[in-house]
Design a protein around this ligand. Structure first.
Ligand SMILES: [Zn+2]
Length: 267
């Protein structure tokens, strides 16, 4: 436990003194399902073509080094939350054809099953099976990271059940993905951030992601890396709207709103 804290401190120190190439930040897109309930397959395919043409698409596996990565085009990463089976059936073949890496923040408590209603996941949709997760991991294109075991609301859980859920989610990912599992990355379920609790009980955690529709900046301190911005993409984000969300004007609006919020004392 202590070792990872020292490691984090060391990385922060190195990061603070390393010249940054990517002052433009990184767009991290959040998808859920590629289906009639989420983003339709043909729209998703078109979006990936656009992304591939206009951005340097990177994996969150390299997040710690991205701030100094030399890139001709702006950085962008693709993520999915929950781990619906269509991520394998529909998204994976499209991404494999285009060679685009992506990360799935996985709910591990209902693998291969249709989750119960109280989990607040998409209704009547099966989650990925262990076999599918293993196959995607073996491709080297897909990384699996944490998104709670039972998809509980971290901001409302008591410390004991939160600690249990976190441990179980980590254990499952390690067991299925081995060393390839991204146990240092977590997307908070429902995007809510109980930083103070998590930080104390989870020393494996290095990067935690929220959804606030802003372009993520590269941070130098550990605390700041526990609320990294992501941009939500849903069925409404087609054509012009999708391009606007990924464009430089959106980035400007996003950074102005971040400043304004920090002046007003809100996050
Ligand atoms: Zn979720």
């Amino acid at each position: 436990m202590k070792r990872s804290l020292v490691k984090n401190l060391l990385r922060d120190t190195i990061a603070a003194f390393t010249p940054r190439n990517n002052t433009d930040g990184i767009r991290i897109l959040t998808y859920h399902s590629v289906s009639s309930l989420g983003v339709r397959a043909e729209d998703f395919s078109g979006q990936m073509e656009y992304v591939k043409k206009n951005f340097e698409v990177v994996s969150l596996r390299d997040f710690g080094n991205l701030y100094s990565k030399k890139a001709e085009r702006p950085l962008l990463a693709i993520t999915f939350d929950d781990g619906y089976v269509d991520n394998y059936d529909i998204a994976f073949p499209i991404m494999a054809r285009m060679e685009i890496p992506f990360t799935i923040f996985l709910v591990t408590g209902f693998l291969g099953e249709v989750p119960p209603k109280e989990s607040n996941l998409y209704p009547n949709m099966r989650l990925l099976s262990e076999k599918q997760i293993m196959e995607m991991t073996a491709s080297g294109l897909v990384s699996f990271a944490r998104h709670s075991h039972k998809h509980i609301d971290f901001s409302r859980s008591n410390p004991e059940s939160l600690e249990k859920d976190i441990a179980e989610n980590k254990r499952c990912i390690q067991q299925i993905c081995g060393r390839a599992g991204l146990i240092d990355c977590l997307a908070y379920p429902f995007g809510r951030t109980p930083k103070d609790i998590i930080d104390k009980m989870d020393t494996d955690l290095r990067y935690a992601f929220i959804v606030d529709n802003r372009v993520a900046e590269f941070y130098s301190t550990y605390t700041e890396t526990l609320s990294i911005s992501r941009i939500h993409i849903d069925s409404q984000d087609n054509g012009v709207r999708y391009k606007w969300k990924l464009g430089s004007k959106y980035r400007l609006v996003s950074s102005v709103s971040r400043r304004a919020r920090s002046i007003l004392g809100k996050r």
